[in-house]
Design a binder for this molecule. Structure first.
Ligand code: NAD
Length: 520
């Protein structure tokens, strides 16, 4: 039975009803260090995708509360930016320890609100935890540069300063990892932050904020608001917010990039994906099939790193048969069940959309090798389940290929040569990631040189880079020029100040020169 978390109980202002069933709890805002119930009378239900149970209700934060959150962040900025970097780092040291302590609690919340398996939910937290660990070394990451004596008795140095109030807008698919891509880096650089979690699964953000406060993050450094389009537009338009980090779909991402930039903000926007895996005939078959199944169906395909399209070079019939065999063996169940390999998709609407795209593939000539649309999971008959689905004979003009499906659906295509396979990938509008499976170093090198994608895998499915690198992405998968975390992430949340100083006994009587100063 799915577990109903009680994490918001202590913030809830709702009176306990007389019946045995408690009413759904309201997710609080976090403003100036206080977890407070919103005054808004409008809420969105957070629904357990395996059961349709209402887990909690997320309010549409009012404009007044949003302004209060930004104002708390703005007022805290001067004291926080001058808090020694070592103190800011120590809070991250403590935060990583607390995340480890509460990883089970975070994972169960993620599984309940988002649906992914508990094991996968642990991974969601862990990959975010690694960013917190990286932020513990911010002093060296944020170091400036110094050139002595650029001119006689004159030195120049540059420092990286925080921007001010930054904001983060999150998607539903990684309720812990993606908030952790954002606020730990931003605040350790000295910024203050306003976070807008996904309205579909805001619980992990609240838990993480609680831990950040427990770790010693001062009131007002991290604030949380809730809602959908209106609050996002308010973030884009607010004059006190200096930068926006966004992860989510292209529709929202391009809108936020344009609207946020129009008011002079920095925006980094990580968007949709259609990741391809190219399989050459010399690939190690067993390992490749395992990688394709894991990356195609893990998290029910709801990862921006999902390998949703395979391009087989040469004959693929026997590989497709084996792929079907392995995909069939996967257990679809509620994420809380120990035997689950994949859980439900996020919502009924998502399920309908995925099924529609599968059907459109069939109608435009693709062949269904495995159809997961009619799956029934005993005990969870109302869940949004779709079993692993495989379509073959897919071509580039099909809607199921052009659109990001974001479900447990693997598309199979064929190419006669590596050249042709690379062309297929490069013609796709997305550029999040691509992988190749081969035992030829020459082929792998050609692939990584010519492929137009941010994350490139060689004999591994698309890897989420560890935090000393950055999560990249090109073409329609990314807008902006500074990526998330790693060096680029630090650069995104800081601006350069260049200081030129002169400390010498100045000769008198040399007069005034209005000519452009040049190095002497
Ligand atoms: P989404 O765009 O629907 O929602 C993301 C956020 O934007 C939410 O907080 C939502 O409230 C807000 N939003 C949605 N529509 C909006 C609109 N029209 N105007 C203003 N705000 C809006 O995305 P999602 O469904 O939560 O997440 C799935 C998408 O995220 C997929 O496309 C996936 O590929 C992408 N994603 C990308 C990466 C990456 O790093 N490239 C990582 C994870 C997810």
């Amino acid at each position: 039975k799915a577990v109903r978390p009680q994490i918001f109980a202590k913030f809830s202002t709702a009176a306990e009803p007389s019946s045995k069933q408690p009413s759904p709890l309201r997710v609080p805002n976090l403003i100036g260090g206080a977890f407070v119930d919103s005054r808004s009378s409008t809420s969105i239900d957070v629904i357990n995708p395996a059961t349709q149970e209402v887990v909690s209700q997320v309010p549409l934060t009012t404009n007044e509360e949003f302004k209060a959150a930004v104002s708390a962040a703005k007022q805290t900025f001067p004291s926080w930016r001058y808090t020694p970097i070592t103190t800011r780092q120590r809070i991250m040291f403590k935060l990583q320890e607390l995340i480890r302590r509460d990883i089970d609690k975070l994972a169960i919340n993620i599984t309940t609100e988002q649906g992914k398996t508990l094991k996968d939910a642990h991974g969601d937290v862990f990959r975010g935890l690694e960013v917190v660990e990286h932020a513990c070394g911010m002093a060296t990451l944020q170091m400036g540069e110094y050139v002595p004596n650029v001119s006689n008795g004159i030195d120049t140095y540059s420092i990286r300063e925080p921007l001010g109030v930054c904001a983060g807008i999150c998607p539903f698919n990684f309720p812990a990892m993606i908030p952790l891509w954002m606020f730990p880096v931003a605040v350790t650089c000295g910024n203050t932050f306003v976070l807008k979690p996904s309205e579909k699964d805001p619980g992990a953000s609240i838990l993480l904020a609680e831990l950040a406060m427990e770790a010693g993050l001062p009131n007002g450094v991290l604030n949380i608001v809730h809602g959908t389009n209106d609050i996002v537009n308010a973030i884009c338009d607010d004059e006190d917010i200096r930068a926006i980090s966004f992860v989510g779909s292209n529709t929202a991402g391009m809108h936020i990039y344009a609207r946020g930039s129009a008011t002079g903000k920095r925006v980094q926007s990580n968007m949709g994906a259609k990741n391809h895996g190219i399989v050459l005939p010399d690939a190690s078959i067993d390992a490749t099939l395992n990688a394709l199944v894991a990356a195609g169906f893990g998290a029910a395909g709801q990862r921006c790193m999902a390998l949703s399209t395979v391009v087989f070079v040469g004959d693929s019939k026997s590989l497709e048969d084996k792929l079907v065999e392995r995909a069939k063996a996967l257990k679809v169940n509620a994420g809380t069940e120990p035997d689950a390999d994949l859980g439900p998709v996020i919502s009924k609407q998502a399920k309908e959309r995925i099924c529609r795209l599968i059907q459109s593939g069939v109608e435009s000539g693709a062949r269904l090798l495995l159809d997961g649309r009619n799956i029934v999971v005993p005990g969870y008959e109302h869940g949004n389940f779709i079993g692993p689905t495989i379509l073959t004979d897919v071509t580039a003009d099909m809607e199921c290929y052009k659109e990001e499906i974001f479900g447990p659906v693997l598309l199979c295509m064929r190419a006669d040569s590596l050249e042709e396979a690379i062309n297929i990938v490069n013609k796709n509008k997305y550029g999040n990631g691509a992988s190749i499976f081969t035992s030829s170093g020459i082929a792998a090198r050609k692939f990584h040189t010519e492929i137009e994608a941010g994350q490139v895998g060689i004999n591994v499915p698309i890897p989420v880079p560890l935090p000393f690198f950055s999560f990249t992405g090109s073409k329609a998968s990314f807008a902006g020029d500074l990526n998330f975390y790693g060096k680029a992430g630090v650069n995104f949340y800081t601006q350069i100040k260049t200081i030129t100083q002169q400390w010498k006994d100045l000769p008198g009587g040399s007069g005034v020169s209005l000519a452009m100063p040049t190095s002497q």
